[in-house]
Ligand binder design. Structure first.
Ligand SMILES: C[S@@+](CC[C@H](N)C(=O)[O-])C[C@H]1O[C@@H](n2cnc3c(N)ncnc32)[C@H](O)[C@@H]1O
Length: 754
């Protein structure tokens, strides 16, 4: 959820203005015939030169190194008509900037492909006319999508004027393209080539060819050959083998629905070794579709009939572990951490657990997520595996431009996203196109004002109708940026969202999490281990409470504008209300005082032990004076509106005193006072905790989950322990652990860093 406004980035604003000019120019030619026909030889040579030189693979921007920009074009609907209802067109029939509804083009690829954001090649029609074809949202594969000789159908073609004044075909919806197998009867005879080898070969011939391609990891080619084998009169036995092989090739290309269909077709009348294999393929497909219970059932049946099958035994163990996670919410978090460190991308093979939550209506906010029973602070609400996840290793902010390498620009909204957004859209498009059974998880996610056509996601000509613009919209409104987990620990840099970086290089969609509405004073906290999102309650909640999270960092002064612009709502939490009431003068004063505190605390950490005691004492006095002044800028009680700048000041002072040892001995009292004050600034309501009173330390009401909260509790624990108040130290340690669990998602690793 990291959309940025172009007005803050002049270079991008300029590009957007150029793009808008181009669009307006293009629109002024709508309905016209192209000024001149493409010369075949020149078009092919020009394309090949550009492709070879790699000119089309990157655009360079001064100041923004190696920036790739893609623009979201004006949305248009995908074709929702079956092929049999479409009328054939030729290139000469097309006019500019027009969707030729109800028609199709039959084209053949004549050059190798180039890939920028789109996959591109020169294609010809049956009259030999040529055009540039741009296909968007095609997955990166080991095989090229467009290879010379390949024949395609383009439904509802769109002829667009390109930036250089030429024209070409642009296809944004994957379901608007049909890749025809060589043996398809729609491929004209005179386009048959060596690629489309004579048609009278046996099923075994095509199966062998398929196996050969499979062996070379050419899975798409293998699929085509297996399909051809199946229509070349195979015997029943051959048919089983081919279906099993094709099922495996489908698994390799992440087409789990199709893999399952093939495995099931074999199971209709197979037995012996064939049945054993088919059951295993079925289990593999079900596992990949995260249907763990069914997967376990299939594997149990397989084990019963074929007890010596070692692969089935291993797979059953895996599936049973996933099922246990899914039903109990019990994860081996240390193992998850280890996997997240080892795997690149860190996509973990674990199940989603949905805890005591459900989606319900939440008045004018649309749907929201609610508790189904009372929960305690730190309780697991859910742990969700990403539906799609695009991983980028570099962590950074907009400041140094490192993230500004991959921009997706919405010229209409004058906004853009940086990072993995374009990649994620293609992932989402492909996942749903290949596995329509999974669409229900995401197709109804919040889409703002975008209204898709009737029939979207319907199966037409055996494939689902996919609207890339709908999915782009869903993604822009529902994706989460995420960072790799930081190891929180005593007095390490704080974990949380205190910094002004709402930009995260990795992005994903977590469908259940997408139902949570926003509040700056949220009652739940999200953390990530790899692509698993862990959401825990940050306070005790009754049943039927709406669960909220922070979409953006509350330290971000522009957050309200972003909510309005990106998500079309204004946050009405107490913190936003208070921000509205706070004058710029007060904000500026808080910033200045905050900076002084930062400096004082930095100096303080240099004066360690007894030798620096006098200097430390003077710095502490100064710091206390600044803190008192800062406190004077707040009026509403912290229980109602957390005092974030003040919290940071007290937290850092408590930590600095603990680190330097200035907090040792009699100064422990100081750390305790400051630490407790820090917590109260976050809205914590505490009972007890003062030395010598024998009163237990109890959190009566949980406060805001500020970054560094764990550290603050650890400082308290240390100070209590130093004064021999072991019960208080234990209580502080216990609360540190709950905060650790909330902010890092688990507490199995708590204390390991000590
Ligand atoms: C990611 S969706 C959250 C789920 C959404 N309410 C639904 O019905 O699917 C984000 C959208 O929820 C609504 N929303 C979220 N937080 C809100 C809030 N605090 N006040 C009003 N609307 C909110 C806005 O329409 C926003 O664009």
């Amino acid at each position: 959820m990291n959309t940025l406004q172009a007005q803050d980035f002049p270079q991008i604003l300029e590009r957007i203005e150029n793009q808008k000019r181009m669009l307006r120019n293009a629109q002024s030619h709508a309905g016209q015939r192209p000024a001149r026909k493409n010369d075949r030889v020149e078009t092919i040579i020009r394309f090949n030169i550009a492709r070879t030189a790699g000119l089309q693979s990157r655009q360079y921007e001064p100041g923004l190194s190696r920036t790739s920009m893609s623009f979201i074009p004006p949305p248009y609907a995908p074709c929702a008509q079956p092929f049999c209802e479409l009328k054939k067109s030729m290139f000469n029939d097309l006019v500019l900037e027009t969707h030729h509804r109800g028609t199709y083009l039959l084209v053949r690829v004549v050059t190798p492909q180039d890939r920028m954001t789109a996959v591109m090649a020169i294609v010809e029609d049956e009259k030999g006319e040529v055009l540039l074809l741009q296909l968007y949202h095609q997955a990166e594969m080991t095989e090229d999508v467009l290879v010379p000789g390949k024949v395609l159908i383009v439904k509802d073609p769109y002829l667009k004027l390109t930036a250089d004044g030429r024209h070409g075909l642009r296809v944004d919806h994957v379901s608007d393209v049909v890749f025809l197998p060589a043996h398809d009867e729609r491929v004209p005879f005179f386009w048959h080539s060596e690629l489309t080898t004579p048609q009278h070969k046996s099923a075994d011939f095509w199966k062998t060819k398929g196996n050969d391609c499979f062996g070379r990891a050419k899975y798409q080619a293998a699929l085509e050959h297996y399909t051809r084998a199946l229509v070349s009169s195979p015997t029943t036995e051959e048919c089983h083998t081919i279906n099993l092989n094709r099922s495996l090739a489908y698994l390799k290309t992440n087409s789990f629905d199709a893999a399952l269909v093939d495995a099931n077709s074999v199971l209709e009348d197979a037995n012996g070794k064939t049945k054993e294999k088919a059951l295993f393929r079925k289990a593999q497909a079900l596992y990949s579709l995260q249907r763990y219970r069914e997967c376990c059932d299939v594997l149990k049946a397989l084990r019963l009939e074929y007890p010596d099958n070692a692969s089935a035994k291993a797979k059953l163990n895996e599936a049973a572990s996933r099922l246990a996670e899914q039903t109990s919410g019990k994860y081996h978090f240390k193992k998850l951490h280890a996997e997240a460190v080892r795997l690149r991308p860190p996509q973990l093979d674990h199940a989603t657990y949905t805890g005591p939550v459900e989606v319900r209506q939440s008045g004018s906010r649309g749907r929201g997520l609610f508790t189904t029973k009372a929960v305690k602070a730190g309780d697991l609400l859910f742990c969700e595996k990403a539906f799609v996840y695009a991983f980028h290793e570099i962590e950074g902010t907009s400041g140094d431009g490192r993230l500004m390498t991959n921009l997706l620009i919405d010229a209409n909204a004058n906004s853009f996203t940086s990072g993995a957004q374009p990649e994620l859209i293609t992932m989402l498009v492909q996942k749903l196109y290949q596995n329509p059974s999974l669409a229900s998880a995401v197709k109804d996610l919040h889409r703002g004002s975008y209204s898709p056509i009737q029939g979207v996601f319907d199966i037409i000509d055996e494939n689902p109708v996919i609207d890339s613009f709908l999915l782009t919209r869903i993604l822009l409104l529902n994706s989460f940026g995420c960072r790799l987990p930081e190891k929180a620990g005593a007095l390490k840099p704080p974990v949380g969202l205190d910094r002004l970086d709402d930009l995260f290089p990795s992005l994903g969609v977590w469908a259940l999490a997408s139902h949570m509405n926003h509040s700056c004073l949220s009652n739940a906290f999200r953390s990530f281990i790899g692509d698993m999102m862990i959401v825990r309650a940050t306070e005790d909640l009754p049943a039927n409470a709406e669960i909220t999270i922070q979409y953006l960092n509350p330290f971000n002064p522009q957050r309200q504008q972003k909510y309005i612009k990106n998500w079309a709502f204004a946050c009405d939490c107490a913190m936003c209300e208070e921000d509205d009431r706070t004058s710029d003068v007060v904000v500026a004063k808080r910033n200045t005082l905050g900076k002084s505190l930062e400096q004082l605390h930095r100096l303080l950490t240099r004066h360690r032990g007894s030798s620096g005691a006098a200097k430390a004492a003077s710095l502490i006095r100064k710091s206390s004076a600044v803190l008192a002044e800062l406190e004077g800028t707040y009026s509403r009680p912290a229980e109602e509106v957390p005092r974030l700048a003040l919290w940071v000041g007290y937290r850092d002072l408590a930590c600095a005193l603990t680190v330097t040892g200035a907090g040792l001995g009699s100064n422990s009292q100081k750390v305790i006072d400051i630490g407790l004050k820090a917590l109260r600034c976050l809205g914590f309501v505490l009972d007890g905790g003062s030395l010598g009173t024998k009163q237990r330390l109890v959190v009566k009401k949980w406060g805001y989950m500020g970054a560094g909260l764990i550290d603050c509790w650890i400082c308290l624990k240390t100070a209590y322990a130093n004064t021999g108040s072991h019960e208080l130290a234990l209580a502080a340690q216990g609360y540190a652990k709950v905060c650790y669990r909330i902010q890092l998602g688990e507490d199995e690793t708590f204390g390991e860093e000590d």
